[in-house]
Design a protein around this ligand. Structure first.
Ligand code: BYC
Length: 343
């Protein structure tokens, strides 16, 4: 049943129930009506095949991004400049693993197992965010990732809390709360560097110079080249277009950069009074598509490391499966004995 059951209209009630008499056309009409009425679609509700596959594609890519995203930051855990910074960074990287788990679980509700999705990631048949194919060269990169990458992620993901698919929307609520902490820690880290020695300030500026443009690419291709946006917005999976969210992010970052005492590396960045938004320079879309094709600075390293981590974790999965089987057998034996006694 949809969570918004109390608000269901008559036209969608059959679709949320097991009433097979509605027929295929009836189900489709009821699905469309439920989406139009802003009701949540739940795992056992009827849904078009393409809606299901679009969700699996987006949620899987999102989950993969979370777990691949652990790598560039984990690179700095052993070199964090203080125990406090190390503890914060470890907690953040663990959070990303948790986000991956919520998202793989959301995809499982659509019939895609975690094993199958990981296999697609490892064989290059599914994508992860372009942003994680760039290297983390200095400690300031940890700050730039928090401020810009997590900031872009929040801008993109807050509207996903209202996604039409219930399990994805609910996972996003918690993810966004945690991302807010991540964004703040990045901002605070960069502020400390920016107000530190001239060398620290320069390191913070260099990190922002390198991460700014790739962060803008996180929102995906421009609207006129975004193959999925129109349908995903009609289904209320996406609530805003790629360009709308990118613009929102730029408008948020400009005053924050001023407060940080850092500049954004775009000479064309100016306030446009008429539009009520900042104009910004041209994004290098050739670089974006090239990174998606596997030619970014770290694509190969990220996938190799991911495959290795998966192989090295095989014994954990085997042990967990053996433990689950043992518990299931014990429960079955107990039930048998209890059942026998009762009889
Ligand atoms: N990178 O038609 P479009 C994070 C692909 S991680 C790679 O506009 P859509 C975090 C797109 O998949 C942030 N590929 O697609 C973690 C499609 O190819 P396929 C991850 C991209 O889906 C750790 C093609 O380009 N967040 O938060 O309508 C530490 C055409 O694009 C990218 C999410 O995944 C890209 N940047 O819109 C810190 C959020 N952009 O699939 C932070 C959920 C596009 O047909 N995802 N492509 O082969 C979304 O909101 C949407 O999927 C996107 C793309 C806006 C990304």
């Amino acid at each position: 049943m949809a969570t918004a059951a109390a608000h269901q209209t008559d036209s969608t009630a059959a679709f949320h129930s097991d009433d097979a008499s509605a027929g295929a056309d009836g189900f489709e009409r009821a699905f469309d009506a439920a989406v139009a009425a802003d009701e949540r679609i739940e795992p056992r509700d009827w849904m078009p095949d393409a809606y299901r596959s679009t969700l699996i594609r987006q949620i899987a890519q999102h989950a993969h991004s979370e777990i691949i995203g652990m790598q560039p930051e984990a690179n700095w855990i052993t070199r964090a400049p203080s125990l406090r910074r190390k503890a914060i960074l470890m907690a953040k990287v663990q959070d990303e693993a948790g986000h991956g788990l919520y998202l793989y679980s959301a995809a499982e509700t659509l019939g895609a197992s975690r094993e199958e999705l990981l296999d697609k990631l490892h064989s290059g048949r599914q994508k992860y965010s372009s942003i994680f194919n760039y290297p983390t060269l200095t400690w300031a990169d940890v700050g730039a990732i928090g401020w810009l990458v997590d900031g872009a992620a929040i801008t993109n993901q807050v509207p996903l809390c209202r996604c039409s698919y219930g399990p994805y929307a609910r996972a996003m609520v918690r993810v966004c709360k945690e991302e807010s902490f991540h964004q703040r820690q990045g901002y605070e880290l960069l502020l400390a560097l920016s107000r530190g020695t001239p060398e620290q300030h320069a390191m913070a500026q260099d990190a922002v110079d390198r991460w700014w443009w790739p962060s803008l690419m996180m929102f995906g291709p421009p609207d006129d080249e975004s193959q999925h946006s129109a349908q995903s917005m009609a289904w209320k999976i996406k609530r805003h277009s790629n360009d709308e969210l990118r613009q929102r992010f730029v408008d948020i970052c400009v005053p924050q950069a001023e407060s940080l005492g850092l500049t954004l590396p775009d000479p064309d960045l100016t306030w446009n009074e008429e539009r009520g938004h900042h104009d910004f320079g041209a994004i290098d879309w050739t670089e974006f598509w090239d990174v998606l094709k596997g030619n970014g600075p770290c694509n190969e390293q990220r996938l190799t490391q991911r495959r290795r981590a998966h192989e090295e974790g095989a014994w954990v999965r085997e042990a967990a499966a053996a433990h689950a089987a043992k518990r299931a057998a014990r429960t079955a034996r107990t039930t048998e004995t209890t059942g026998a006694t009762q009889a």
